[in-house]
Design a protein around this ligand. Sequence first.
Ligand SMILES: Nc1ncnc2c1ncn2[C@@H]1O[C@H](COP(=O)(O)OP(=O)(O)OP(=O)(O)O)[C@@H](O)[C@H]1O
Ligand code: SF4
Ligand SMILES: [Mg+2]
Length: 319
Amino acid sequence: MSELLQIKNLSKIYKTAGGSLSVRKSSVSALEDVSFSVSQGQTLGIVGESGCGKSTLGRVISRLDTPSAGEIIYKGENIAGKSLSAMRPLRKSIQFIFQDPYASLNPRRQIGAIVEEPLRINGVSKEERRSQAQALLERVGLDKGSYEKYPHEFSGGQRQRVVIARALTLKPELIIADEPVSALDVSIQAQVLNLFKELQEELGLTYIFIAHDLGVVRHISDRIAVMYLGRIVEIGSVEEIYSDPKHPYTKALLSANPRIGENGASSRQILVGDIPSPLNRPSGCSFHTRCPIAKPECAINSPALRDIRGVDVACDLIS
Ligand SMILES: Nc1ncnc2c1ncn2[C@@H]1O[C@H](COP(=O)(O)OP(=O)(O)OP(=O)(O)O)[C@@H](O)[C@H]1O
Ligand code: SF4
Ligand SMILES: [Mg+2]
């Protein structure tokens, strides 16, 4: 299977004001040395607590934001340093879906006009736009009458279907979906996840699927990357991650979710303390302040990802 996307040593540092009375700038390291690849037609799920850098990663890969360092090899070409104008032809191919289907649709525009917008910008004729938009709305499970309606006339799940239809208008190859179902009821989440899966099989799409919850990405992903404070701490196949999680943080995330925690009561690991601020990152292994098995040396040494029984894990104390 060929690799559509390869991320190499990607970092993103945001400069922020140092505080209301300070003129000094400080910096937030939102991504640190992130590397992975995604094969054509596959899904990489990205999971981690709030603030760990999931959205930053999605935005940087789709070049809605610029990386501070590293490479983004998309279809064999490094797009990390491309200018906005040089990125324009690639915008069709890489689509980004935002979390909130309410905020991402203009309430004053009819659904047909919203879905057609990317086609209009690309010079497609009016008749062709209409027929393509209607076919797409039907494909995502909305009836023909939806074309004339406004966003407020739809439920959250239906709106997310509209967002998906719009993302598909330019026939993308890679879709980066940033928590696309977290604003929806659990029963509706399953329907929208099924739609993502069907479209992937039908159109050969490649997904990067971001979620807080390991439960959400389980059935849609082929591989999972678990992030903590801007770094990947474990990455591997769905089977390995859910049946034999290795990093203490992955174990804790699974333990916190009784619906999917399969790693047994004996290995239950509960997280203590709050997530540290990326402005004040702990030394050594940045998970050491919350890790149930940390040793003193964990505050000094920063573990790199290494292969443990077929999964890449960033922890020096497990084997
Ligand atoms: N434009 C920005 N300027 C400064 N800091 C930022 C910016 N965007 C993100 N950050 C910081 O980078 C870190 C990662 O943020 P990000 O939004 O990527 O996290 P996340 O994992 O998507 O969180 P959530 O689950 O809450 O959506 C956070 O500390 C955040 O405050
Ligand atoms: S290196 Fe130490 S603190 Fe980090 S995950 Fe492993 S045991 Fe925990
Ligand atoms: Mg986010």
